[in-house]
Write a protein that binds this ligand. Structure first.
Ligand SMILES: C[S@@+](CC[C@H](N)C(=O)[O-])C[C@H]1O[C@@H](n2cnc3c(N)ncnc32)[C@H](O)[C@@H]1O
Length: 295
């Protein structure tokens, strides 16, 4: 059964030239255990089906991942445009590889993968007029807290937003509940691999489930590394050459692949909805939705 999930938190970064990195040795991209087409989200050993977001991010897919996107067919999930990795969080016990060109995002993920729960629990609260710079913690922890100071931003904030200062939804901003959630989950992603690199330099070669969610061609300019830095023709070719199950996310109006209508989804802006489209190399439909041309 596909469950509706609560709204998580949700982000953006300046475009820099991307350098090539060699294929990393020892990365096992072998065919992952195959799963049935409509595999239910796998139960983690801790007894949870999936993880909650570690931080909110603009354009994050966690809320809609189960409802709108097909489940992974492979034991390895690659998110070559990681952001907050909303899809992988739903299947966190699989092998997960993230590539993210923004060093802030990649740094936060590398921190989360290695940090001890006690260290998260020891990050202090922030006073309404405080700044993350005042916190005696490492830079990655400041960035993590910074993502929890506002809703679904593309980069970490330094000071609490009006939303947070108003205290209307305390569990949605940096505080004890968020610390506890993160601390309870970090042990579940120790096996994840994160690379600070462009999708084009992703070190995985073998079959996998590729959840490709780049900055949208038309609307993805708010990220520090946004759509204006992408060559969409090259990205289209790269997507079609991946081995395994390829799921490519976009917004209605994108033309770089023959996308099909997927769903109309809520955005973090009140009253604003987004028409999501999908390209996949599979003959399947997504949960609860039939792919069509939307025409
Ligand atoms: C739409 S967001 C991904 C959102 C993600 N699916 C989630 O659930 O949070 C796109 C991400 O791609 C990153 N990005 C932009 N250009 C990139 C590139 N060439 N290679 C890898 N990542 C890139 C951006 O920094 C941003 O974090």
């Amino acid at each position: 059964m596909w469950r509706k999930a609560k709204d998580p938190l949700g982000a953006m970064t300046k475009r820099k030239k991307v350098e090539s990195t060699p294929l990393l040795p020892g990365l096992d991209a072998s065919p992952a255990r195959e799963a049935p087409t409509r595999l239910a989200p796998k139960r983690l050993t801790s007894g949870t089906h999936h993880l909650r977001p570690f931080f909110g991010y603009y354009g994050g897919k966690w809320r809609d991942a189960l409802k709108n996107y097909p489940p992974p067919h492979f034991g390895m999930i690659v998110e070559p445009f990681a952001g907050s990795a909303g899809y992988a969080l739903r299947y966190a016990d699989r092998k997960v590889v993230l590539c993210e060109i923004d060093p802030i995002l990649a740094g936060v993920w590398q921190y989360l993968i290695r940090v001890k729960p006690e260290e998260i629990l020891a990050i202090p609260d922030l006073a309404p007029d405080g700044s993350v710079e005042d916190l005696a913690v490492c830079q990655e922890a400041r960035w993590l807290v910074g993502f929890w100071l506002n809703r679904a931003t593309a980069s970490p904030r330094k000071r609490p937003s009006r939303w947070m200062r108003d205290g209307i939804r305390p569990g949605s901003f940096w505080g004890q509940r968020v610390r506890e959630t993160i601390a309870s989950q970090v042990g579940a992603i120790r096996h994840w691999k994160v690379y600070t690199c462009s999708y084009a330099d992703c070190p995985v070669a073998g079959p996998a489930t590729w959840f490709v969610d780049p900055p949208y061609q038309l609307a993805g300019k708010h990220y520090r590394f946004g759509s204006e830095g992408l060559d969409f023709a090259a990205l289209a070719e790269w997507c079609t050459l991946r081995a395994g199950q390829v799921l490519v996310c976009e917004n209605a109006g994108a033309t770089w692949l023959p996308f099909q209508h997927l769903a109309e989804v809520k955005t973090t802006r009140a009253g604003r909805r987004s028409l999501e489209v999908l390209w996949t190399n599979q003959a399947e439909t997504s949960p609860g939705t039939s792919l069509d041309t939307g025409t």
